[in-house]
Design a protein around this ligand. Structure first.
Ligand SMILES: NC(=O)c1ccc[n+]([C@@H]2O[C@H](COP(=O)([O-])OP(=O)(O)OC[C@H]3O[C@@H](n4cnc5c(N)ncnc54)[C@H](O)[C@@H]3O)[C@@H](O)[C@H]2O)c1
Length: 266
């Protein structure tokens, strides 16, 4: 098996432009590679310059190109710059906008935490940035009849202790998804979210680590029998971005191997 596994089913997105935020590492790196393999012009944004360059190198090994834009999405000026650069790279319009970047550590902002600014920072990157970037790119999406995909989390619906900021941001993303779907629907834009459960991103991180080996019980606790992979999310993005998903908008697709359907009593 390829070390960096992308979806088995590879549709064609040639003549499409896709913007992936947080596209330099983790799930975002898989989205960047998957859409590039599918023939799309991929623009990916990330605050991590080194991870961005490493992602470009991984694509180059497969004869693929993408545009990397270094941007910190907690900064409104950099969000505006990213939107301008995207429009100039995609004069015929943007087809797919994937809001994937996040402060993904669920425990960054918590009720027992010491840093009062942490909550606002998590909300800025995970919730406000997707709103502002969509607002700034809506004309470009309208040009193509494009779509937006937001990365939420099963933590939008259930929690463990000390995860208030992340949970609030992901709950917000689910609500932002249906609100945007209503406002942008009459302009031909669909907006959906994906709520992943546990997705192991080890080999997709900066430095290209070897895949992690998890105890079997970690896999088997999932009704699907395994921990999730970034390719599971990329495959769903392929579908949600395709014309076959033309009657789906405002929805949140849970991809968690069945964990949130499992009743647990001890
Ligand atoms: N991996 C999981 O198990 C899981 C589960 C549920 C939801 N998610 C969601 O999926 C998405 C990707 O998660 P991941 O596990 O790949 O995370 P990750 O931390 O591995 O990757 C996030 C990427 O976003 C970038 N980023 C962070 N802050 C940024 C900022 N201010 N500006 C620009 N880029 C920034 C990082 O540099 C990184 O490349 C996130 O929205 C996360 O909340 C992940």
């Amino acid at each position: 098996m390829e070390k960096l596994q992308t979806p088995a089913y590879r549709p064609s997105f040639s003549s499409h432009t896709v913007l992936v935020t947080g596209g330099a590492a983790g799930i975002g790196r898989c989205l960047t590679l998957s859409f590039a393999q599918a023939g799309a012009q991929v623009i990916f944004a990330d605050r991590d310059q080194a991870a961005g360059e490493e992602t470009l190198a991984i694509l180059a090994e497969q004869g693929l190109l993408a545009h990397f834009i270094q941007a910190d999405l907690s900064d409104q000026t950099q969000i505006e710059q990213l939107a301008r650069q995207t429009v100039s790279l995609a004069p015929a319009g943007l087809h797919v906008l994937i809001h994937n970047a996040a402060i993904a550590n669920a425990h960054t902002a918590q009720v027992f935490g010491a840093d009062p600014a942490a909550f606002d920072q998590v909300l800025a990157v995970n919730l406000a940035a997707p709103f502002h970037l969509t607002r700034l790119l809506k004309a470009s999406l309208i040009q193509t009849g494009g779509c937006v995909i937001n990365l939420a989390s099963t933590r939008a619906f259930q929690s463990e202790p000390q995860s208030e900021g992340y949970a609030a941001s992901k709950g917000g993303i689910v609500a932002l998804t249906h609100a945007l779907a209503l406002s942008l629907g009459e302009h031909g834009i669909r907006v959906n979210a994906i709520a992943p459960g546990w997705i192991d991103t080890t080999e997709w991180q900066k430095g290209r680590p070897d895949p992690a080996i998890w105890p079997e019980e970690e896999h088997h606790q999932h009704p699907a029998g395994r921990i999730g992979r970034p390719a599971d999310i990329a495959a769903a993005c392929f579908f949600l971005a395709s014309p076959d998903a033309g009657f789906i908008t405002g929805q949140t697709l849970v991809i968690d191997g069945g964990m949130t359907r499992k009743m647990i009593y001890r």
